[in-house]
Design a binder for this molecule. Structure first.
Ligand code: PCA
Length: 324
């Protein structure tokens, strides 16, 4: 009898210790974009939701603007366990696997509903690749449509020949190559500096990053061609996620689903506001000449051709599902 009691007491003490160990998890969350960017605002709400839904058991500290790891280092940090959770732009890693670049092909998916559909079609393939690397996707949010910023006015792709072109992923480097510009990879956090020193004079991105980087100080023209909507993914290390107790895991997943819905909406809502700020700061915002659009559509056709060659039957099935 006494023996059983002692054993039971011991067992509950072990259980108790187990739950104490799990009482609170502290996660570091590097991101590559500034604190006032809509993605970061959305992340802060996600972090608050996780805190609340987990009853304070999961505490996430956001390190924005590339302050803990640079944007292009965050994926590896989560893979290697130096960070538990983080935000990445998935197309930044298409050199690792072409699948990661599908959302950054010009004129494949040019609006929010199309970008959502492209994500639905490519999500399983993307998640499977990341899962093999010990990464779990929590949610995605699209950037606003990508246009062309230029210090000098441009009316066709030929006007970009020889310019120093800022790239943020392999596909934007490839575009430079196709128009005969000189690609320089620069993360968003360093864009203002790169413009100030004249390291680059033209690039594609959203009005959001144009605004964040105050590009109007050097760049006067924005051609709102809406060529694609790249996505950020919030990813968590499988190990860190599995270390949470069940209710905490559910809290994280619930907050992530809400963040995905809120983030896509926020992106669409703020898109016009960002472009208004460019105009207010003296920039010329135009839709782009027919020639410019035709040139970039042609580039898009070349790139989707390359992509389906690289990804084979799997890629073709994704494109077919998207176009259906
Ligand atoms: N802003 C990010 C990626 C796409 C975007 O709109 C950047 O320019 O780095």
């Amino acid at each position: 009898m006494l023996k059983t009691l002692v054993a039971a007491g011991f067992a509950s003490a072990v259980l108790f210790c187990g739950s104490v160990v799990q009482a609170q998890q502290k996660w570091d969350m590097p991101t590559g974009y500034p604190g006032n960017n809509f993605h970061t605002e959305n992340i802060r709400q996600f972090v608050a939701d996780v805190d609340q839904a987990s009853g304070g058991k999961v505490k996430i500290t956001v390190h924005d603007g590339g302050s803990l790891f640079k944007a292009n280092e965050i994926k590896r940090a989560v893979q290697g366990g130096q960070a538990d959770i983080g935000e990445i732009i998935i197309s930044g890693f298409s050199n690792e696997d072409p699948m990661f670049g599908i959302d950054s092909i010009p004129f494949l998916a040019t609006g929010y509903p199309a970008a959502q559909k492209l994500w639905s079609a490519s999500k399983a393939a993307t998640e499977a690749r990341l899962a093999k690397q010990g990464i779990k996707v929590l949610y995605s949010v699209a950037w606003p449509p990508q246009g062309i910023f230029s210090a000098k006015p441009i009316s066709s792709a030929a006007d970009l020949k020889g310019v120093k072109w800022r790239a943020y992923n392999p596909n934007t480097s490839r575009i430079a190559q196709l128009v005969g510009a000189q690609p320089v990879t620069i993360q968003a956090a360093e864009l203002t500096q790169a413009l100030a020193t004249g390291a680059v004079t033209a690039f594609m991105t959203s009005g959001a990053t144009g605004y964040d980087s105050k590009v109007w100080e050097q760049v006067k023209y924005y051609y709102d061609v809406r060529a694609w909507l790249p996505k950020n993914l919030v990813i968590v290390s499988r190990k860190a996620f599995d270390a949470l107790d069940k209710p905490s895991q559910e809290a994280v997943l619930k907050a992530a689903a809400a963040a995905e819905e809120r983030g896509w909406k926020l992106s669409a809502e703020k898109n016009d506001w960002y472009k208004e700020q460019l105009i207010k700061n003296g920039m010329k915002v135009e839709s782009g000449s027919e020639q410019l659009l035709a040139d970039f559509k042609k580039i898009g056709l070349t790139m989707i051709g390359d992509w389906t060659t690289q990804t084979g039957a799997e890629g073709q099935a994704i494109v077919d599902a998207f176009r259906k």
